[in-house]
Design a protein around this ligand. Structure first.
Ligand code: HEM
Ligand code: HEM
Length: 211
């Protein structure tokens, strides 16, 4: 089958809508990833030497206070929180991949120009790839450190204390993160352009139907 016939075949056999699960995972993971950036930047700015505490007011906002069984330094608390939420997000992302492979998404809108379709599809594929690579680099970096990974206090993977490996995957973690942000810029600009200028219902396609 040539590219033209294949595209026609895909258009004719594609479902009308994203499944509820695809929409739910899109928004839950989007919020999760944005939260991970904020948490990552916040924790990097914390001082290396600081008094230990057993209660942490999350981001010092006065909204939610986390109570711990043991006293910990602020860096250790926020780093462990980043790893715990990151691991949780990673399993959700793997499930999203499974869902994507077993449930075809709807074809892009017919009104989109061919370059728009190419750009949107490339952005989607790039986001899928980086959604896996960013946490994976974080996981390998954490295993390479002397601390390993705890999931909300439960030790799940011990650290091997290999400084060189840790440094390499720290770099990857940062580079993949920057790439995600770069693609997200196009992804969000595209979504806003379709909703404000083209008014073609693109955001509604990814949103939940009330009826
Ligand atoms: C970290 C944040 C985000 C990630 C990783 C992400 C990822 C993705 C991916 C991979 C798809 C393709 C789904 C598929 O066809 O299988 C998609 C679709 C979509 N995203 Fe996002 N997204 C994010 C944030 C956002 C935001 C903030 C908006 C809105 C402003 C948005 C709007 C949309 C829309 C409207 C679609 C559907 C496009 C269509 O098929 O018509 N996304 N997103
Ligand atoms: C999509 C998910 C993730 C995002 C968006 C993310 C983002 C970030 C960001 C923005 C930083 C600060 C970068 C820097 O200046 O060093 C960071 C640091 C870090 N991340 Fe992640 N992260 C994710 C998942 C994970 C996971 C799953 C783990 C491990 C289980 C992890 C472990 C770490 C560690 C240990 C650091 C601190 C590195 C250091 O300074 O020693 N991250 N992350």
């Amino acid at each position: 089958m040539g590219t033209k016939e294949r595209n026609k075949f895909l258009m004719e056999t594609s479902p009308e809508q994203y499944t509820f699960t695809a929409k739910f995972l899109h928004w839950l993971i989007a919020i999760g990833i944005i939260f991970m950036f904020i948490l990552g930047w916040f924790m990097e700015a914390l001082p290396k030497e600081a008094p230990k505490s057993s209660s942490y007011d999350l981001f010092n906002l006065g909204i939610y206070t986390w109570e711990l069984a043991k006293e910990t330094s602020p860096r250790s608390f926020y780093f462990n929180l980043h790893k715990s939420i990151g691991i949780t997000l990673f399993t959700l992302i793997i499930f999203r991949f499974y869902w994507r492979f077993t449930h075809r998404p709807p074809a892009l809108l017919k009104t989109m120009k061919s370059w728009e379709k190419k750009l949107a599809t490339t952005a989607h594929h790039g986001l899928y790839l980086l959604m896996i690579l960013t946490p994976l680099a974080g996981i390998i970096m954490s295993i390479a450190s002397k601390y390993g990974i705890k999931w909300f206090g439960i030790k799940i993977i011990p650290g091997i204390d290999d400084g060189g490996l840790r440094e390499i995957f720290h770099e990857f973690h940062i580079i993949f993160g920057i790439l995600i942000l770069g693609i997200l810029f196009f992804h969000i600009t595209g979504a806003v352009k379709h909703s404000l200028i083209d008014k073609d219902g693109t955001i509604q396609r990814m949103w939940f139907k009330i009826k």
